[in-house]
Design a protein around this ligand. Sequence first.
Ligand code: NAD
Ligand code: MG
Length: 398
Amino acid sequence: MTAVTQQSVAVLGATGSIGTSTLDVLARHPDRYRVYLLAANSSSDKMLDLCLLHKPRYAHMADAESAERLQCALSGGETTVVTGSDTLCSLVQSVEVDTVMAAIVGAAGLLSTLAAARAGKKLLLANKESLVMAGALLMDAASVSGAAILPIDSEHNAIFQCLHSNDRAVPSLDGVRSIILTASGGPFRLWDADSIRRATPAQAVAHPNWAMGAKISVDSASLMNKGLELIEASWLFRTPPSKIEVVVHPQSIVHSMVRYNDGSVLAQLGNPDMRTPIAYGLAWPERIDSGVAPLDFLSAGPLEFEAADTARFPCLRLAQESAIAGGTASAICNAANEVAVASFLSGRIEFGNIPVIVENTLANVVNQEPGSIDVVLEQDRLARQCALAEIGRLSKDS
Ligand code: NAD
Ligand code: MG
């Protein structure tokens, strides 16, 4: 057996759903991986447990008070506690780091993800919002630095695998007719439009197949997640939105597919457990144990496929339209959605208001050329401001 070189890993969003699954896979292979940096927002209790277990060199808390709390609890240990956005970006770029798991949720993950791409790291990309906001900048940064972007989103990971990517970081699109993204359909797949409009946060986060963070669960319920994934796929695989199909597959066993010119369709299948794409990204181009049970075809039941309904789920249409519009439209769409989802989760607006806020924000914020990260951040700020004003207006009307 050949000896493996140990990779030093930074896990951003360590306390979340993807972060926890990543640490589970890493802990199965201590010969291959050591944890250099854990980063999270404010959950210092959970971070304390993770630090005691994984003994990272650094723990970063975005929230300064949480950093202080963690510092007190850890004093005298081998982990240094830090805070501040610039500090996170420079730690990610440190020569000590080989691999970065970008799993902070939302726009908050953009700068650290971009820092990893600029520094030529092996970038395991779960934070789809960074590609949605700044796809051109992120892809260009990776191609200049030579960073390999390994998609962690299960659909994109599946597509990457179906594009013969076992031996190259930039997959070939030769002979590809289209990319087929599968969608579970979410918890409201069979609901009528009126019931969907009035759905509660508890109903929206109860995903039938996947255990995920609250924001992506709501996005899955509205199908905004599939729209964001279409934009993500378009950047990752340099494919126009017109060549990306969406098909609902309620069992979440077929994670996505690639349709070739000769009539072949390649699919990647597996149980719905994020440790599979995480292990693939970590070990690529090799394969390691992820802890996921083998897929049992005899108990999986029939695999069904149906059309996505953009009339009941307008968020999918809005994201598709922003992908086609180009410029900063998808950054505006993403920002409006983040604000609307947070507002829905806090009980301020109805589920049915999410697409209304996104559509009105897209109509009111002027689309720009995303020439620099400053332009993207300014468009994100303007879209948030506009979405908040829309929410104020809707709350008054109701
Ligand atoms: P989550 O809510 O479970 O975890 C989010 C993590 O981000 C937490 O560690 C939190 O502390 C951290 N965070 C939040 N705001 C932060 C800030 N301002 N600064 C620093 N850290 C911050 O979310 P998740 O479900 O793990 O999703 C993470 C990302 O992965 C999202 O972009 C999501 O779209 C993507 N993703 C998740 C799944 C999944 O199965 N959960 C699948 C595909 C893609
Ligand atoms: Mg996905």
